[in-house]
Design a protein around this ligand. Structure first.
Ligand code: HEM
Length: 446
């Protein structure tokens, strides 16, 4: 008997008006998800960006799909549907043996020693950049973080000497490639207009840029991620080809950039809304003028705030897969070839796991509470299984470094009734850019 014949399995159903539901999910993700679950059950279908997606809820479904013990769910074809033309052959778009082979090599660019080197490279640029925020009128932190992380990426990831015009051009191409991945019209339009065509042109220029810079990078080496990828080998001495390095570089820039910007933005927002936490984090930063941002010991409150901000606003809100053969989730049939997703964003707002889930309460992660232990995969922001974020510690290092500098240099606030408006169409974006009152700290010693 095949799964299809099993009378015990239910068919997932869902609303036909995909777009209307998507718009509601975008503005009211929690209440609309609760409504969909109540109406259609724990697995339902929703039309998203041209496909019928099977949406499954809860940490058990998350574990089944992403830990993927039965090797049913594929990442490459699912992500390729959304971002393939711009980020093909990035690590997340590979599967099975090939993925493991590439991941083992790439791992060598993400060790503790490498992170310390990246931090050393980053620090002078970070300090210069943040010093210039003193003169910014009407500061909007999300946009400032975005510009900052792009600039730091050129130093830490790319490490190629560029004049201002070249920096702007690489940044623009990179932003165009990312935007195209989440474009609503998902094909080139006549005359090369529209985000899709701009994204394809940007991808071609980025490939050219990295390919031209590659021979010197291989020859001369360096401390940046580009140089480390050129030099990385697995335990058997296998290394990346030139094509691999180019594809991985373009993907890594994308994987690192918006996710880190979102994390910084939601942490800065929560610290503005909760000045007692801002003070508490600042005290720890002032007590540790040169903290070890690769470890976690020196800034424990900031680490709690980071986890809680990532719980409340998962930077990758939904993660897709494709079922390579027929299977089932939670009593629902999943046909071969079906798109499946489960959402860290909504799972991390589930009251069954997280008491009072909408409340900002960093101490829920503290040793005396550890609410994240309610399930092996209660905390999902970095994914799980073989594709779990390889840049997780890099992200922690960068976020700690930026917020530590920000806390020692400035205080910032928002009006008491301010709430950050988030658009969840693709990745979470603050639609107003997070306007704040940014004040240089008096008595600052640097
Ligand atoms: C707070 C920031 C970040 C968050 C929340 C985040 C989240 C994620 C998630 C959820 C995945 C799994 C996707 C899947 O299973 O399909 C992932 C994969 C990945 N991330 Fe991150 N990420 C962050 C920062 C970074 C950074 C800074 C880098 C690089 C320096 C990076 C590189 C990658 C790569 C290469 C993968 C693919 C791993 C694989 O397929 O084996 N990420 N990330």
């Amino acid at each position: 008997m095949t799964l299809t014949d099993s009378p015990a399995l239910r068919e997932a159903t869902g609303p036909r008006l995909g777009l209307a539901h998507l718009l509601r999910l975008r503005s009211h993700p929690d209440t609309h998800t609760a409504w969909l679950r109540e109406r259609y059950g724990e697995v339902y279908t929703l039309r998203v960006f041209g496909v019928d997606m099977h949406v499954a809820h809860g940490p058990d479904a998350f574990e089944q799909v992403f830990v993927n013990r039965d090797k049913v769910f594929a990442s490459g074809p699912a992500w390729s549907h959304f971002i393939g033309p711009f980020f093909h052959r990035g690590l997340m778009l590979l599967d099975a043996e090939e993925h493991l082979h590439h991941r083992r090599i790439m791992q060598h660019a993400f060790g503790q020693d490498e992170l310390r080197r990246y931090h050393r490279l980053m620090l002078p640029h970070l300090r210069r950049h943040l010093a210039a925020w003193e003169g910014v009128e009407n500061p909007r932190l999300q946009q400032m973080f975005k510009a900052l992380t792009l600039d730091l990426a050129l130093e830490v990831f790319v490490g190629v000497d560029l004049d201002d015009a070249q920096r702007r051009a690489v940044n623009r191409d990179f932003v165009d490639a990312v935007r195209a991945g989440t474009a609503v019209v998902r094909r080139p339009l006549p005359g090369g207009v529209g985000p899709w065509s701009r994204g394809l042109a940007a991808r071609a220029r980025l490939e050219r840029f990295f390919r031209e810079a590659l021979p010197a990078k291989r020859r001369e080496g360096g401390e940046d991620l580009f140089a480390r990828l050129c030099a990385a080998t697995d335990d058997h001495g296998n290394e990346f080809s030139d094509d691999d390095v180019v594809d991985h570089m373009i993907f890594l820039l994308m994987a690192a950039h918006d996710t880190t910007t979102t994390t910084l933005t939601s942490m800065a927002y929560q610290l503005a809304r909760h000045p007692r936490w801002q003070d508490r984090c600042r005290e720890e930063s002032l007590a540790a003028p040169e903290p070890d941002v690769v470890g976690t010991a020196d800034l424990p409150s900031l680490d709690l705030v980071m986890k809680e901000s990532l719980r409340l606003c998962a930077p990758v809100p939904s993660i897709p897969r494709i079922a390579t053969r027929e299977t089932s989730i939670g009593g629902y049939r999943i046909p071969a070839g079906a798109f499946v997703t489960t959402s860290p964003y909504t799972n991390q707002h589930d009251a069954a796991i997280w008491p009072d889930p909408q409340r900002f309460d960093p101490e829920r992660f503290a040793p005396h509470r550890r609410e994240d232990k309610a399930h092996r995969l209660a905390f999902q922001s970095f994914g799980a299984g073989v594709h779990k974020c390889i840049g997780m510690h890099f992200a922690g290092m960068q976020v700690r470094a930026v917020l530590h500098e920000l806390l020692t240099r400035y205080t910032w606030s928002v009006p008491p009734d301010y709430r950050l408006p988030i658009d969840l169409t693709a990745l979470p974006v603050a639609t107003d850019g997070l306007p704040v009152r940014l004040v240089v700290r008096t008595g600052r010693s640097t």
